[in-house]
Design a protein around this ligand. Sequence first.
Ligand code: HEC
Length: 145
Amino acid sequence: MKKTLLIIFIIVIVIQFIRPKKNISNEVINDITTVITVPENVQEIIKTSCADCHSNTTEYPWYSEIAPISWYLASHVNDGKNHLNFSEWATYNNNQKEHIIKDLKKELKSRKMPLNSYLWIHKDAVVSAEQYKILLDWVNTLKAE
Ligand code: HEC
C-alpha cells in the first residue's frame, strides 16, 4: 500500500514537468477588431465568455498550472482555436469566414457555447438570454468578405 502511494506521488510530481505552451499573445494585427467594427458590448461578451478558448490570449486560473488540468485546458483551447479564433480573423479567407459565421449562428441558437465544463468554474462567463441575442444579432450582420 505504502509503495503504491509512493509511486502515485512520484508520477504526480513527474507529470508537472510536462507543461503545455501557454496561449498568451498581445499581438493584435489579425484580430477581428482590425477589420470589422465590433460593437463594444459584443466585444465585452466575447472577452468574458469566449476569448479564453477562441482567441490568442487565455486568462489562466491558478489551477491551470497543475498537470493534468493544464493538459485538459490546453486541449480545449487548441480545439476551440482551431474552430474559431477571433485573434486570427483577418487571416481567414471568405470560405472559412462563411463556414465560421454559419457555425456561430448554430452555436448561438442552440446555446451550446461556452462549454459546460468551463461554466461550472467561470460563473461570470454564463451568457444570458439577452447576451445571446446581442451576439446573434451581431453575427447576423457579418459577411464573408
Ligand atoms: C472552455 C473553452 C471554450 C469557450 C469558453 C467557448 N468555446 Fe466555443 N469551442 C470550444 C471547443 C473545444 C470547440 C470545438 C469542439 C466543439 O465544437 O465542441 C468550440 C467550437 C466552437 C464553434 C464551432 C462549432 C462547430 O460546429 O464547428 C463556435 C462557432 C464556437 N465554439 C463559438 C463560441 C462562442 C460564441 C463562445 C462564447 C459565447 C464560445 N465558443 C466559448 C471551446 C470553447
